[in-house]
Design a protein around this ligand. Structure first.
Ligand code: TDO
Length: 186
């Protein structure tokens, strides 16, 4: 029986993956990742890095981040403590949903992770203090290949649910979108 159920979004390849939770008198058990079950979503991919972030203050925003090809990556993002408002923007040239975004709330209670394919930018806002995110990556962190869009770029029209309480210096200085941007060619 599949332990991971999938739900598509309006962005092709961006999927919500929910782990089946087995509960008993001790608590619960669930599968968080399975190469076999997710093979069709992660073709010929290996998870090569796992990252973890803690956002101390409610209202913190991180993002919107991606890696340029050939370091573009799949990311699986899960909130393991607290709650976050998670956002993915489609930057893929020629995509039917080019420059559109989706937002979804992630929390441990939902036991859900978000699959973000290459060519999409990711960011989130913490809805609680001490929100923790766990990331699975299909490519190594490559600082020279890092790209970013400004979280408050009016062109992106992201409706952050809370006042912004904390942003990194780097994220605050990310450039606004160039109107001639025609997308990432993967
Ligand atoms: C992302 C990353 C950062 N670092 C270092 C660089 C820096 O000194 C410190 C903090 O990095 P950042 O400020 O980039 O962390 P942060 O802003 O939390 O970056 C993250 O944002 C979210 C939205 C994502 O989608 C992630 O993939 C990642 O880009 O950690 C690594 O060593 N490895 C990594 O994979």
């Amino acid at each position: 029986m599949d332990k991971l159920s999938r739900q598509s979004t309006k962005l092709a390849g961006v999927e919500l993956i929910t782990s089946l939770r087995h509960s008993d008198s001790r608590g619960s058990f669930s599968r968080w990742f399975c190469q076999q079950e997710l093979a069709s979503l992660l073709p010929r991919q290996q998870i090569v890095q796992i990252n973890h972030s803690i956002s101390s203050k409610q209202g913190t925003v991180r993002g919107m981040h991606f890696q340029y090809p050939p370091y573009a990556e799949y990311k699986l993002v899960r909130c393991i403590v607290g709650r976050v408002f998670d956002v993915v923007i489609d930057l893929r040239a020629g995509s039917a949903s080019f420059m559109q975004h989706i937002s979804v709330e992630l929390s441990p209670e939902q036991n859900t992770m978000l699959l973000i394919p290459p060519g999409c930018a990711h960011g989130f806002q913490s809805l609680t203090d001490n929100a923790e995110l766990l990331y699975l990556h299909s490519a190594f962190y490559t600082p020279d290949a890092e790209g970013g869009l400004r979280f408050d770029d009016p062109a992106l029209k992201i409706d952050w649910p809370l006042p912004i309480s904390c942003v990194s210096e780097r994220d605050a200085q990310l450039p606004l979108l160039n109107q001639h941007f025609s997308g990432l060619k993967l």
